[in-house]
Ligand binder design. Structure first.
Ligand SMILES: Cc1cc2nc3c(=O)[nH]c(=O)nc-3n(C[C@H](O)[C@H](O)[C@H](O)COP(=O)(O)OP(=O)(O)OC[C@H]3O[C@@H](n4cnc5c(N)ncnc54)[C@H](O)[C@@H]3O)c2cc1C
Length: 614
């Protein structure tokens, strides 16, 4: 068994920052990651990172823009923490050597981004994430932090008291992708989940194939509530044939959207009379699809994004990467013609419920980055706000797990604060979903693990994970994961997309239920122990099913239109009944729905909900 003070699962921006922070506190920290750190999806981030760095800007304005962007569903303590801590964190990156784009006088450049009242987005060309990841990886190497890379975490070692709020997390179980060996990792002080996004729940996404929401699904099955899962961001500018992202930086630099009539529709049809193309992402995505639905799309599918008027020199200086992406993935030279773009799944606003120190309701279990929900983004994330979230909350989780005395969190986690039970009318029972997968936590149907000491608990969890993997391998002729996965992805893209209606959501639930039944007989044809991606994708598919169900149940439950969640039957934001977060808890194998209030009280003011227009 491996043993460390703090174990970080995931080596993207959030995981690296968390590990560095824990090490700064003197902890013996290790990272366990299914990808090598610099292959993490943070490397794909293009446009930039928000922080109030300049005169004329302030953390208060950053917080206000974020709250407005969230459509008043973000929690003020999390939003204010993001806005207050991000300048220092960005300056720290600069001191570590991150190659930010600069003005002629040497100051770091900032550009406008959607929904921001100030050009607050600091960037490194259109490769901000790549630079950020490499800068922090250098720090990791310099500090000698141990990385178990290409180790897939299968499970969390969590005790099994009846209430999740009484449970403890003592480690994880890892699968060595190179050798096939399954081993326990004991964490003396804490486990930090930093496993990134869940874009693979959909079939048109900007996310990598590795973004299967593993950490969210594992934490959920271990008893941690998952929050606001219905809020999925669909980015307005993705390439139609692949889902590859064209950064908002293109519109930030002055790129224009046109429909098939050559009209600048954001203004022409009044979608956003002030900010036009730079309205918030949910607004632009709906505008594009409305154009397509009303017959003004191109090839009935997409619209055009034109940046030719910016001139070659400026494009090459600030957006060079976009030329290559458009040429390589769509065969379009954006210096010569407009790029075809359409909305695609991009980001999960919801995730593992945490407080502003990254702590979950299970003692010793933390989460940070895209897999977590503190909640900073509420119902809609502003572009450029995910990268500061990684470093701000990654650092806080790392410091806290390693024992730093932090200010007591204001955001309650678990059923400890004020909450209401929920109910949702579904066409099928979400049902017992315990069979088949190799990702269940010990708490899921386990024997009395609360009596075991931490090392025994990790050993027990490891034995169970080995048994589950063996069972998958023995069922050589079982159902193939790929068919089941694509059924779920297609149904989610068809029914749980930008525009949602009750009948479609219920159809998606039926499809997910069917996929779950098919998964009962899933098997792995490839019997090898080395780089067995068939096995790993089979395990990931279980996570995709659980999260697809959670997203759809949340979408059915929320009977209003807020931020990224549009409902045909409910065309208004309903502050009377819905200023509350949706939570799902894993209760004996089926999802239990409940709600907790949004916190709009900031440090020295209340963020009064206003009409959100751009
Ligand atoms: C194309 C694109 C462009 C973007 N551009 C911007 C931008 O300009 N500005 C901005 O603010 N945001 C942007 N975002 C959003 C932002 O980049 C992401 O939200 C963020 O990088 C996620 O970082 P992370 O550390 O949470 O996860 P990731 O970087 O995805 O890292 C996840 C890590 O978890 C590991 N992992 C996952 N599951 C397991 C498992 N079972 N076992 C072991 N390890 C596991 C992976 O190996 C990986 O190391 C963009 C997103 C995309 C997709």
């Amino acid at each position: 068994m491996h043993e460390h003070d703090v174990i970080v699962v995931g080596a993207g921006g959030a995981g690296l920052r968390a590990a560095i922070a824990a090490q700064e506190e003197g902890a013996d920290v290790a990272i366990v990651s299914k990808l090598h750190p610099v292959r993490s999806h943070t490397g794909a981030a293009e446009g930039g990172i928000n922080a109030a760095l300049r005169e004329g800007d302030s953390w208060q304005d950053h917080a206000y823009d974020t709250m407005k962007g969230s459509d008043y569903l973000g929690d003020a303590p999390a939003i204010e923490t993001l806005a207050q801590d991000s300048p220092e964190e960005v300056i720290q990156l600069e001191h570590w050597g991150m190659a930010f784009s600069r003005e002629d006088d040497g100051t770091v450049s900032q550009r406008p981004f959607g929904g921001l009242s100030f050009p607050r987005t600091t960037y490194a060309g259109a490769e901000t994430g790549h630079q950020l990841l490499h800068t922090m990886y250098e720090q990791l190497v310099k500090r000698g932090i141990e990385v178990y890379d290409e180790w897939y975490v299968l499970d969390l070692a969590v005790s099994d008291e009846a209430e999740p709020e009484e449970r403890d997390c003592h480690g994880v179980v890892g699968y060595d992708i190179q050798s096939g060996s399954i081993e326990g990792f004991r964490a003396r002080d804490g486990v930090i989940l930093a496993t990134g996004g869940l874009g693979q729940v959909f079939d048109h996404t900007t996310n990598a194939v590795a973004n299967t929401g593993d950490g969210v699904a594992m934490a959920y099955r271990a008893g941690v509530p998952i929050e606001d899962m219905e809020f999925i961001q669909f980015h307005p500018t993705t390439l139609p044939s692949t889902g590859v992202l064209i950064t908002e930086g293109v519109r930030g630099e002055g790129g224009i959207l046109y429909n098939s009539e050559g009209e600048r529709f954001m203004f022409e049809y009044g979608y956003a009379n002030n900010d036009g193309e730079l309205a918030s992402r949910d607004v632009v995505a709906r505008a594009e699809l409305t154009e397509v639905n009303e017959g003004r799309g191109i090839e009935d599918e997409y619209v055009h994004l034109d940046m030719r008027h910016l001139g070659e020199e400026r494009i090459v200086d600030r957006l060079e990467n976009i030329i290559h992406l458009s040429e390589d993935f769509e065969g379009v030279d954006p210096l010569e013609e407009p790029m075809p773009v359409k909305p695609g799944q991009h980001y999960a606003m919801g995730g593992i419920e945490t407080d502003e120190n990254g702590e979950t309701c299970i003692s010793g279990l933390y989460a940070a980055g895209e897999c977590a929900c503190a909640s900073v983004h509420g119902s809609n994330r502003l572009g450029g706000n995910a990268l500061p979230e990684l470093i701000v909350f990654g650092a806080r989780a790392g410091h806290h797990a390693a024992g730093r005395d932090m200010k007591t969190a204001e955001i309650p986690t678990g059923k400890r604060g004020e909450w209401d039970a929920g109910d949702v009318d579904t066409p099928v029972e979400p049902g017992d979903v315990s069979g088949g997968g190799a990702g269940d936590a010990v708490a899921d149907g386990g024997a009395a693990a609360s009596d075991l000491d931490p090392r025994e608990l990790v050993e027990r969890t490891t034995e169970r994970a080995i048994a589950r993997v063996e069972a998958l391998l023995e069922n050589e002729d079982g159902r193939n994961h790929a068919e089941i996965r694509s059924e779920v992805q297609e149904s989610m893209t068809q029914h749980v997309n930008v525009f949602r209606e009750e009948a479609g959501l219920k159809q998606a639930l039926r499809d997910i239920r069917e996929a779950r039944e098919d998964y009962e007989d899933v098997g792995v044809a490839d019997q090898s122990r080395t780089f067995n991606t068939d096995l790993l994708h089979t395990i990931e598919t279980r996570n995709i099913i659980d999260l697809a169900e959670a997203i759809t149940l949340g979408a059915l439950a929320r009977e209003e239109f807020r931020g990224a969640h549009w409902r045909k039957e409910y065309q208004e934001r309903d502050d009377q009944d819905w200023l509350r977060h949706t939570l799902l808890s894993w209760n004996g194998g089926s999802p239990e729905l409940w709600f907790k209030p949004v916190i709009l009280e900031g440090e020295d003011k209340r963020y009064e909900p206003k009409i959100r227009s751009y």
